[in-house]
Design a protein around this ligand. Structure first.
Ligand code: HEC
Ligand code: HEC
Length: 415
């Protein structure tokens, strides 16, 4: 390297160091590497960290959906997702609320459709790893979860006739639908189904097939986890020390990993973490309890006549419809919500089912000071106030940010 290039690099490094404390989010990561990394991970910690990968790993299909994995159907789903003509007033597309640039959310506390909704818009990445959809688990497949917002009068206010017409009038859509049908064969339909409704269901299945393919990018955490798996110390050392301390808290005294499980950091199940479920004076959102009743009443669930049969040869105990056949609402389901994934959180603020927490710092404060009196009597004994130090809260935040796609929007940009 020429002396001039060397001086330039040095100057850049110094500029970065002096800039770092002035920029929000940067000090945490910029400090990384200068602090002691702590003792090596114990065998139990190592096993726990490894269980959050590998990433991306296999992508399961959408249950009850013969279009799952089929290219023309996914292409159709992608176009339909952007198509406002599906909605009742021709103005709202799925994308209007699920903006890909925000992790498929809208940045609002609660969504605004044809009418205001009481819930926060969920992100759409990595959904194939989930079993239930919606904050309340009101749907058991991605195609049913795509059909629901179409018909919901508060969301898109669509009708079967309107969706069928929108496809018919657009040759690109009609042609993809014909190709998908030719490849997959006829779908399951209850006797007497009208052609418009068959089109609506296949439109939702095309969207479901596309959504099932969406996976979030790799993260700094994934690089660390894979380096740990192959015992590559040099690569492990690139993970910010603050994030590593935060990871240890996450799987240690924070006990976050008891619910935020596996590669998607979600056990796919429903819990009460003390979020209020009043939506206004005298009004409650009953969460999972209402979701289960909605699921069981839904004609488009996996035990209804529109669900395509599982692939031949699937053992009956692996049939995804089994979960729907065996659930039923219990009193404890009041005020329970599905554990969200923790990947790509920076893009999807605000947080929680009603969007009441504006930032990740506020989420950490919630767990730090959680009021266990507010939890169910039969209780989430997994939760207790953490009472972390400010440094520990910063470490936990650094860990959560290390689950952002690389390069993280909060990480220093070196190029
Ligand atoms: C008005 C805004 C809005 C529109 C338009 C909208 N959604 Fe949503 N979406 C939401 C909200 C809010 C939720 C959370 C719903 C709940 O829990 O009740 C959600 C949840 C979902 C979920 C479940 C995600 C999960 O993590 O389980 C899927 C799938 C989904 N939407 C797909 C779609 C598709 C496909 C369309 C278009 C056909 C669409 N949405 C249109 C706001 C919207
Ligand atoms: C008992 C299970 C459980 C434990 C333990 C738990 N969580 Fe959660 N977490 C949830 C549920 C359920 C929600 C959604 C609650 C809601 O929407 O009202 C959630 C929401 C979140 C969110 C918001 C995500 C979003 O997209 O809105 C973050 C961030 C989070 N948890 C991080 C953590 C951290 C950090 C810990 C450990 C300190 C932790 N969680 C411990 C179940 C749990």
């Amino acid at each position: 390297m020429s002396p001039r290039a060397g001086r330039l690099l040095l100057a850049m490094a110094m500029a970065l160091t002096s800039l770092a404390p002035a920029l929000p989010g940067i000090p945490l990561l910029a400090r990384a590497g200068t602090e002691p990394p702590g003792p090596p991970l114990s065998p139990a910690e190592r096993a726990q960290v490894l269980s959050h990968g590998p990433w991306p790993g296999p992508t399961p299909g959408d249950p009850g959906n013969r279009f799952s994995g089929l290219a023309p159907a996914q292409a159709l789903g992608r176009l339909l997702f952007d198509e406002p003509a599906l909605s009742g007033d021709g103005r709202l597309a799925c994308r209007s609320c699920h903006d890909p640039a925000r992790g498929f959310t809208d940045g609002l506390p609660t969504a605004q459709g044809v009418a205001p909704l009481a819930r926060n818009t969920q992100g759409l990445n990595d959904l194939a790893l989930q079993r239930w959809f919606g904050w309340d688990g009101g749907s058991d497949s991605l195609w049913a979860a795509s059909l629901r917002p179409l018909l919901d009068p508060r969301e898109m206010g669509a009708t079967a006739a309107g969706v069928a017409r929108a496809i018919r009038e657009r040759p690109a859509l009609a042609e993809l639908l014909a190709r998908a049908r030719a490849a997959a064969g006829p779908g399951a339909l209850p006797p007497g189904t009208r052609p418009d409704e068959a089109d609506l269901v296949d439109a939702a299945k095309a969207i479901g097939a596309w959504l099932a393919s969406l996976r979030s990018p790799r993260t700094a955490f994934d690089d660390f986890r894979d380096a740990l798996a192959r015992d590559d110390q040099a690569a492990m050392a690139r993970y910010p020390a603050a994030a590593l301390r935060g990871l240890r808290l996450f799987i240690g005294e924070g006990r976050c990993h008891l619910c935020h499980v596996g590669p998607a950091f979600s056990n796919g199940e429903f819990h009460d973490i003390g979020m209020p479920f009043m939506t206004g004076p005298g009004q409650v959102d009953p969460g999972r309890h209402a979701g289960l009743r909605r699921l069981l009443a839904d004609r488009h669930n996996l035990i209804g006549g529109f669900a395509d049969p599982p692939p031949p040869g699937m053992p009956p105990e692996r049939d995804p419809a089994l979960k729907t056949r065996t659930v039923n609402p219990q009193h404890r389901n009041f005020g329970e919500w599905r554990t969200p994934s923790l990947r790509g959180l920076s893009a999807s603020a605000p947080y929680m089912h009603d969007g009441r927490l504006p930032s990740l710092a506020a989420v950490i404060d919630h767990y730090d000071r959680i009021d266990t009196e507010r939890l169910h009597a039969d209780g989430e004994s997994l939760l207790r106030p953490l009472r972390l130090s400010p440094a520990q809260r910063a470490d936990l935040l650094a860990f959560l940010l290390s689950l952002d796609p690389q390069p993280s929007p909060n990480a220093p940009r070196l190029r």
